[in-house]
Design a protein around this ligand. Structure first.
Ligand code: GLV
Ligand code: GLV
Length: 325
């Protein structure tokens, strides 16, 4: 009999390849399956294709006695207990690479929109407040000549450095592992420590995964180190910034502005004080949301799942150490 697969959402790609080798059930509602539903499904299936809005924890994995593969349609996988999956020998797939440019593009858009106050400007026009050309109307900082600080220098961080060079910015970065000098020279970037980066940068952008080390990385001390004119951009994971500290920094003028595509929790509660701030731009976790990229992510997630069901090595595996055992 064919293996059983559960997919936690309708995907923007054809399922044909998968349906040839498995019985596929798709959760078709707009909201993710409740945890209890996921718990029941996982007990019965051999393959799970999930999203970052699904919590795949140890308890859930313990019920997955027949689970041969977990395939996440995202590059980040902080919603999955990787240690627990590894302990059970279950490979976890993800979708790196295909969303690098789309995510860097959205990040770059947020940087420019925040600097030049485009959201505020649009609201201003629609509110009928545009009366004349004014020398001091809606001013923001220059981008050319400014310093961009990149936190986390993986694929997306490096893609930001390439964009910044086209806009004549100085680029500094910090990262757990410094990259080699040849790459630094090619990208024309300078390595620095976290504190110095915060002090130097006119724009700070976060491109690190969420982990115990980066959870709450931005709190009161970090905002205090930043320039009063600085703009913070986050398209990685919401929990990297402490929301209370962000509110305080933005409302007291400790930094000039922020633009975030991710919040903690998601969605942001409708009564969050952050939603009252004019100097904050929020988008609903759409970093990878280009037609082509989402299609590629879905297709890559299916490739990972098919390999897992066949007992082959996943093309993009988060925990390849399971193959060493
Ligand atoms: C989206 O946030 C992803 O991790 O792909
Ligand atoms: C994610 O793709 C990263 O490595 O930055």
């Amino acid at each position: 009999t064919l293996p059983q697969v559960f997919i936690t959402r309708r995907l923007p790609t054809q399922l044909q390849r998968l349906e040839e080798i498995a019985n596929v059930e798709v959760w078709t509602k707009r909201q993710p399956p409740p945890y209890e539903v996921l718990l029941e499904k996982v007990k019965k299936v051999n393959g799970l294709l999930c999203l970052l809005s699904d919590r795949i924890d140890r308890h859930l994995l313990e019920g997955g006695m027949s689970l041969r593969a977990i395939s996440q349609m995202a590059v980040g996988y902080d919603n999955i207990d990787i240690g627990a999956a590894t302990a059970r020998g279950i490979p976890v797939g993800h979708t790196p690479g295909v969303l690098t440019d789309a995510t860097a593009d959205l990040t770059w858009a947020l940087l420019m929109v925040a600097a030049r106050r485009i959201v505020e400007a649009d609201r201003f026009v629609r509110a009928g407040e545009w009366q004349t050309w004014e020398p001091d109307l809606l001013l923001g900082p220059n981008i050319a000549g400014a310093t961009l600080g990149i936190i986390g220098f993986g694929r997306i961080g490096q893609a930001m450095a390439r964009r910044a060079k086209g806009f004549d910015m100085r680029v500094v970065y910090t990262s757990k592992h410094r990259c080699d000098l040849e790459l630094e020279q090619k990208l024309d970037v300078e390595f620095t420590n976290f504190e110095t980066l915060l002090q130097l940068s006119d724009f700070v952008t976060i491109h690190t995964p969420l982990s115990p080390e980066t959870d709450g990385l931005f709190a009161e001390n970090e905002f205090a180190l930043m320039k009063k004119s600085a703009i913070l951009i986050n398209t990685s994971r919401g929990a990297i910034i402490n929301p209370n500290a962000l509110y305080k920094a933005l409302s007291s003028g400790e930094i000039a502005g922020a633009a975030i595509d991710v919040t903690e929790p998601e969605p942001i509660p409708t009564d969050s004080p952050l939603l009252t701030l004019d100097n904050l731009i929020i988008t609903p976790h759409i970093g990878s949301a280009s037609f082509q990229t989402r299609e590629k992510m879905a297709s890559m997630a299916i490739d990972n799942l098919i390999a897992g069901l066949k007992g082959e090595r996943l093309p993009n595996c988060v925990n390849p150490e399971i193959y060493e055992l």
